[in-house]
Design a protein around this ligand. Structure first.
Ligand code: SAJ
Length: 405
């Protein structure tokens, strides 16, 4: 039996995938509310293909509970926040999960950590737990997740994966488990290397986006179209620059690279600068909006609305979203009058002055900042009528009223 610990954005699809591929799976989460929702037959977030996968897993007999089980294999997929001051990974949830599973794990069980951790976290914080509990019979492995929100189900099936283990035989057993649904290649390595590759992958993306964002600023000063520059440069067979935008959000790309900076402050200079560049973008969009307003003689910020609250298009996740970052920096400029915000993917009230329909949103607005290119508006500037559209993601197409980064 497999006990998946943590049923969030990664644990839930993973548990469902395993159950729907014939494995006996129990999903455990500390949130009674979340477990109750799943047991009522409802998924806890929106994701392409998740409903069908959920139905297949329920049919196959998946169980959701708050209790840890006696299982041959544990998959730990709990959050790993970072400490905002030290920038280091905070392994408290992983530690708590492993401590609890050790209380019930049978002899020789395998504990696979899927949560993203920085290199050495397992050696420093998890391995000692086994020793303290007198449970060195439990084998450790690390199989960092790689799936992208918005395409999680397809990526679970097709992405290559990494499995790090102390014992190559354990590595092979864990790889065989993933291979029952994963059609990608599964690389076997040791635990530290697996930890490092995960952080490196997200750091690579953060650095590439930072380069694109810096190019956007350079092109603005130099009077060039950054979109066209990148499009043409990317025709080179060895160049692949990502897209500039209003900042970088989500729980991974703006967070994981800090683990390297936190652990290697003397050496990770380039990474630090990339993160700072990305973090400067929401404020940059604000300034760009002011410029666009000044050019058209608009001074009143109550005429400005922000479209999009999630960290990227067509997902409902708002963690670390550029919009939240921008609203925070706007507070100073707005003297306590929050701008109107609308996101069709976010039903719940998350920020002040959030509205829940496009009609209500557009009423009285002269300027719309499109922070997220949801399919609802992508390529459809007519939705915003003759309003000024600030378009930091370059998703609205060309238009007299459209202002790019
Ligand atoms: N973004 C840009 N420009 C781009 C691409 C993205 O500004 O060209 C922004 C997005 O709008 C968003 C942020 O970056 O705000 C991050 O989004 P993303 O789509 O790049 O990545 P995530 O955070 O959804 O998922 C990443 C993925 N990592 C890599 O592609 C290396 C995913 O495979 C990981 O599983 C995930 O992090 C994770 O959980 O670690």
């Amino acid at each position: 039996m497999i006990n998946v610990i943590g049923l969030g954005y990664i644990g839930l699809p993973t548990a469902l995938m395993m159950a729907s591929h014939g494995m006996e799976v129990v999903g455990t989460d500390c949130s009674e509310e979340l477990v109750a929702t799943l047991n009522e037959g409802r998924t806890t977030f929106k994701e392409e293909g998740l409903e069908d996968l959920f139905a297949a897993a329920v049919k196959a007999g998946i169980v959701f509970t708050t209790d840890y089980q006696k299982a041959e294999t544990y998959i730990v997929s709990v959050p790993t926040p970072y400490d905002r001051l030290s920038k280091k990974v905070d392994p408290c949830y992983v530690v708590a999960a492993v401590k609890t599973l050790l209380e019930v794990a049978p002899q020789g069980a395998v504990c696979v950590v899927e949560s993203t951790v920085s290199p050495n976290t397992i050696d420093r914080f998890v391995r000692p737990l086994l020793e303290e509990a007198g449970r060195t019979d439990v084998a450790l492995a690390h199989a960092p997740e790689r799936i992208i929100p918005g395409n999680m189900v397809a990526e679970l099936l097709h992405n290559n994966r990494t499995v790090g283990a102390d014992d190559p035989e354990v590595g092979k057993r864990v790889a065989a488990l993933y291979a029952s649904f994963c059609q990608g290649e599964i690389a076997l390595t040791d635990i530290r290397t697996a930890e490092m590759t995960k952080v490196v992958e997200n750091t690579f993306r953060a650095v590439n986006i930072a380069f694109a964002n810096e190019l956007a600023k350079i092109c603005r000063v130099g009077g060039m179209d950054v979109g066209e520059v990148i499009r043409i440069a990317n025709k080179h067979p060895r160049v692949n620059i990502l897209k500039p935008g209003p900042g970088v959000g989500g729980h991974c790309i703006p967070v994981d690279p800090w683990f390297l900076v936190g652990d290697y402050p003397e050496t990770a200079n380039f990474v630090r600068l990339a993160l700072q560049t990305n973090a400067s973008m929401p404020e940059y969009v604000m300034r760009r909006t002011r410029e666009a307003m000044e050019e058209r003689g608009i001074a009143d910020f109550s005429k400005v609305g922000v479209y999009g609250l999630t960290y990227k298009e067509d997902v409902d996740d708002i963690r670390e979203s550029p919009t939240l970052q921008m609203l925070e920096s706007m507070k100073e400029h707005l003297c306590g009058h929050p701008v109107k915000v609308y996101d069709p993917w976010v039903d719940r009230d998350e920020v002040p002055n959030q509205v829940h329909s496009m009609e209500e949103f557009l009423e009285g607005l002269e300027v719309v900042i499109v922070m997220v290119g949801h399919s609802q508006v992508k390529g459809k500037p007519e939705i915003f009528g003759d309003r000024i559209v600030v378009d930091p993601r370059d998703v609205m197409g060309a238009g007299e009223n459209v202002c790019k980064l």
